[in-house]
Design a protein around this ligand. Sequence first.
Ligand SMILES: [Zn+2]
Length: 287
Amino acid sequence: MRMDKLTVKSQEALAQSDVIARKRGHQEVTSLHMLSALAAQEDGTVRPLLARAGVSKEAVLSAIDKALDSRPKVSGADTYLGKDLKKLMDEAQAQADQLKDEVIDVNIVQRMTDSGRRVKFRITCVVGNGDGFIGIGRCKGKEVGPSIRKAIDNAKLNIIEIKRGCGSWECGCGTPHSLPFEVMGKSGSVEVILKPAPRGITLAVGDVAKSILTLAGVKDSWGYAKGHTKTTVNYAQATYNALKKTTQMRVTEDQEKRLKIVSGPVQMHVAQTSVEPASAPMEAKGA
Ligand SMILES: [Zn+2]
């Protein structure tokens, strides 16, 4: 674990985990103490995540409290970082390292008020791990820097695990380099259609969609956009919505095998293909 690479929020949470453990007379600082610290953060990510999952904050906090109560107490001893928490922090770090973000759009909104001209920035960001995870977020504010950071935080809260596959009938390579099937997404007047493409086509889509598909880990795709695509916000949102459709579409086991459908990260550089070499059936015929 590299302390200097942790975000300010994570460092705060780690320090707070230690405080919680000390207060309760616990020697080992565990992931439970961390959870307690994270759930207590007013402006952290755990609370909005709980809200999105439809879980009551109070119920979670009291459950954590009960679990902490049942841990053994020692008086006067020093605390140490538990194995499970260290592993958790390492895993979180590895995930965070893979996550990349991109500012898709900066919109300047000007307004005249009694005291003069007021400028606000509307920022749209996307985050992705380049391997099956993608999120989009927006934020409006007076300063660019803080608004970008907040937009990235919002994008992280909107991360979805997309389905990829080899859905082009011209391909059949057996790796999830493209989309499993055609998907369509809408936002405002913009409509985006993404289609599976054979290997090597790369991303034959507009620039905004290209950024998003790259961050999502889709290597080959054909795309079409209708409507006012100059409204970058809508174009980006429509592309995200199209990718979201891959998660909502029902697939049969047969389709899953045939189209090599995978959900989320696969680390394609180590992925094995289960497809026989193209020459195999012909050799069999000749034999
Ligand atoms: Zn393929």
